[in-house]
Design a protein around this ligand. Structure first.
Ligand code: CP3
Length: 340
């Protein structure tokens, strides 16, 4: 087993820097489109275990990343409580959220097994093929899942969810707690199916005020991570966020790694946590589209900055569809040839 990622997640400083990329399987790869064209919808594809297995392994075969991430989507959980989710090209995800307040009590507390089973089956299949590398499982954080649920179609400033939570704090607490439970179920199921580590995506955490961030993000992620740790103490947990201004100094108590968006300085976070936590990130995905000397310079800056910290190279956010594959090859070559 290639243990570079797992070693860094256990706070070792390895000679080589491991690399994987968020959304490493996806639209920038022609192989992905070939599979996707066979399906009527993205969600249908996410519920086909053969397609999920194939797509998950595509970037490993092509680029030899140090880990695979199960191909799925954070919104699968909404689909699994029978809320309609559609991915409309050019518009992004649209979630059916009619009459939220009236129907809150009708929200399901358990995942519809038929809808999530293909994801777990794919994990088992991938683990049979991918014997030498770790497989990453994932989920959204409750706040980020709630943004899609309450907004329906995400507004630029998350104005709908913010307005909703200021006006209906009890209902908001109910939704967040319920989503936390569903997320925990989904993460534990993925671990039981065989993933080696998990990542929790809190992509929309930067739009909240201090109270919301503490209450709906940090507290919930802490609760979920502690529950995962209690059952599976050896499964490392990565938390992706765009907001580290109020992050708990004791985060290493329940997380192994923080994955940072490109707007956050690795140098500052390294100082703040005094090397007590593994960091992941944070090349700007736009630089990977650009390529050339600016990209090369920034990759080297990141590698030098993180030389003495446990560290996993990644982007600050998901890889963009227009990314040229040559730039991905170049990035990997630079990271692989760097010796601490
Ligand atoms: O990282 C991986 O390779 C695993 C696959 C993965 C997808 N989505 C596949 C996907 C992962 C980890 C996600 C997580 C996800 N999904 C997040 C959190 C991380 C992030 O990027 O912020 C969020 C916010 C979503 C919600 C989502 N799914 C959006 C906003 C969209 C549409 C806009 C976009 O970026 O394309 C999706 C669709 C989606 N999820 C695609 C893929 C490959 C594109 C679907 C297509 O082929 O048209």
């Amino acid at each position: 087993m290639n243990k570079l990622i797992l070693d860094n997640l256990n706070y070792k400083i390895t000679e080589k820097v491991p690399i994987w990329l968020m959304r490493q399987a996806g639209r920038y790869m022609k192989e992905y489109h070939i599979v996707k064209n066979k399906f009527n919808s993205f969600m249908e594809m996410c519920k086909n275990s053969d397609a999920v297995t194939e797509i998950t392994l595509q970037p490993i075969k092509k680029f030899d990343f140090d880990a695979a991430i199960i191909f799925s989507d954070i919104l699968l959980i909404l689909d699994a409580i029978d809320i309609n989710v559609e991915f409309i090209p050019g518009k992004g995800p649209v979630v059916e959220n009619l009459e939220i307040l009236k129907n809150l009590k009708l929200l399901s507390r358990v995942l519809n097994r038929e809808k999530v089973k293909p994801c777990y089956e794919a994990i088992k299949n991938i683990k049979k093929e991918l014997i030498d590398k770790p497989l990453i499982g994932f989920s959204a954080a409750p706040w980020t899942l709630a943004t899609y649920y309450i907004e329906g179609n995400i507004t630029k400033n998350l104005s709908r969810i913010k307005s909703f939570s200021y006006k209906n704090s009890k209902e908001m607490d109910f939704i967040i707690d319920l989503f936390s439970d569903l997320i925990l179920q989904h993460l534990l199921n993925q671990i039981e199916a065989g993933v080696d580590l998990i990542q929790i995506f809190d992509t929309h955490s930067y739009q909240m005020d201090h109270y919301m961030h503490q209450n709906y993000s940090i507290r919930q992620v802490k609760k979920i991570s502690k529950a995962v740790r209690k059952k599976y103490p050896n499964i490392p947990i990565i938390y992706y966020s765009k907001n580290f201004h109020f992050l708990d100094k004791e985060a290493y108590d329940y997380l192994n790694c923080l994955s940072l968006n490109s707007n956050i300085s690795l140098k500052e976070q390294k100082k703040y946590f005094k090397g007590n936590i593994c960091l992941q990130g944070n090349l700007d995905p736009y630089l990977l589209v650009e390529g050339g000397e600016y990209m090369v310079k920034e990759i080297k800056n990141i590698l030098l900055e993180m030389k003495r910290n446990s560290f996993i190279f990644n982007l600050g956010h998901g890889i963009l569809p227009q990314t040229p594959v040559e730039n991905v090859f170049k990035l990997i070559e630079i990271v692989r040839s760097f010796k601490k």
